[in-house]
Ligand binder design. Structure first.
Ligand SMILES: *[C@@H]1O[C@H](CO)[C@@H](O)[C@H](O)[C@H]1NC(C)=O
Ligand SMILES: *[C@@H]1O[C@H](CO)[C@@H](O)[C@H](O)[C@H]1NC(C)=O
Ligand SMILES: *[C@@H]1O[C@H](CO)[C@@H](O)[C@H](O)[C@H]1NC(C)=O
Length: 339
């Protein structure tokens, strides 16, 4: 507590002297990103609780490069965006096995009378990809249109579909294209379907979202080093800052790593004091060494070991005593004849 207070005072002094926040570097070359150094950061944006979202954050000194958040309080309710300034955040998932951010679904609408449309999408930053597990899906709606989705790197067809244009007015003309998890960019090309005798794409729209979810789920991870092994070698940039944090490679063939709190610790592994000991069940206490909950008092195994130990000691003592006494008897009897 006292330590944090001192840092706070130091920060206040430095803040008043310079407009930018200096990064405090600890003796082991690790940057100090703690609840104290982040205490000046905005902790709320509309309904979003931003008290413990580092590496994300709003404003100078509050985020790791690539994880800036932008706050627009001109709207009601206020809106929160990723660092690109245009990707609107719907929801966050922090400190779980799966880090993700849910953003507004991109929507593509060809202009009036268009006979060809080309819309592109790119991740809002190198730390993001389309959710690994869930992937994403395009829903193309409107009558008589064909759609093709191509990956930009490599430039290959991801999928295609075409909608009908029957005369039934109540029919919903839709078709779908799946986008694999891990995708970082693609473009969508649409034209009126030849077989459906359509001259333009009026009333056609394409929305990309995650199955059964309003919005697009993006996975995020730390990407300034490809693997944990390489990241750990540079303590100045290593993101797993908490004492009880561990590093995990995101997946084979995908660049980057994530951090998590080890054992029975929970909280924010990206923050120096973020991983906190867990609360144990009644009758248990936290073992400070490995963060696991252990039973209060002697463990049964320890009791057995002590029991076995003292029993062997007694046996050894009896044995030594008997041997010793026998030796004394021998010495005595050896000496006896002289008497
Ligand atoms: C809106 O944001 C600005 C700067 O980000 C801040 O100074 C201001 O107090 C905010 N207004 C409200 C109503 O929260
Ligand atoms: C559509 O746009 C992408 C880039 O966003 C480009 O690579 C592609 O060639 C374009 N397609 C056509 C048919 O112009
Ligand atoms: C296609 O549209 C044109 C003009 O609207 C019409 O004259 C023609 O009969 C249509 N053909 C078919 C196969 O529907």
């Amino acid at each position: 507590m006292h330590y944090h207070f001192k840092i706070l005072v130091l920060l206040k002094i430095l803040q008043s002297a310079t407009p930018t926040l200096p990064q405090i570097i600890l003796a082991d070359n690790k940057p100090l990103i703690s609840s104290a150094t982040l205490s000046h950061c905005p902790s709320k944006c509309g309904d979003f609780d931003l008290t413990d979202v580092y590496p994300f954050g709003i404003g100078e000194g509050c985020f790791r490069p690539g994880f800036e958040l932008i706050y627009n309080n001109q709207t009601e309710p206020p809106e929160l965006f990723l660092g690109d300034g245009s990707t609107k955040i719907v929801d966050f998932s922090m400190h779980s096995a799966h880090n993700y951010v849910l953003v507004d679904s991109p929507v593509y609408i060809p202009p009036q009378g268009a006979i060809f449309y080309n819309g592109s999408w790119k991740v809002p930053g190198q730390s993001f990809t389309i959710d690994y597990d869930r992937g994403a899906s395009f829903t193309i709606s409107g009558c008589g249109v064909q759609a093709f989705v191509f990956g930009d790197y490599p430039n290959a067809l991801i999928g295609s579909c075409a909608t009908d244009c029957a005369t039934n007015e109540h029919y919903v003309y839709e078709c779908y294209i799946s986008i694999p998890g891990g995708t970082k960019d693609f473009h969508l090309e649409m034209t009126p379907s030849e077989t459906q005798n359509r001259s333009n794409m009026d009333n056609v729209r394409a929305v990309i979202g995650t199955n059964d979810n309003p919005g697009l789920v993006l996975s995020w991870r730390i990407t300034d080093r490809p693997t944990c092994k390489e990241a750990e070698q540079d303590q100045a940039t290593y993101a797993c800052l908490s004492a009880h944090s561990e590093c995990e490679d995101v997946a084979q063939e995908i660049y980057g790593y994530s951090c998590y709190c080890s054992g029975h610790y929970a909280g924010n592994p990206y923050n120096t004091d973020g991983c906190q000991g867990i609360v144990c069940m009644p009758g248990e206490k936290a073992d400070p060494k490995d963060g696991k909950c252990i039973k209060n008092g002697k463990s049964p195994l320890l009791g057995i070991l002590i029991g076995v130990g003292s029993c062997s000691a007694t046996l050894l003592f009896v044995f030594l005593c008997t041997t010793c006494c026998q030796q004394i008897e021998k010495i005595k009897s050896n000496k006896d004849p002289q008497h």
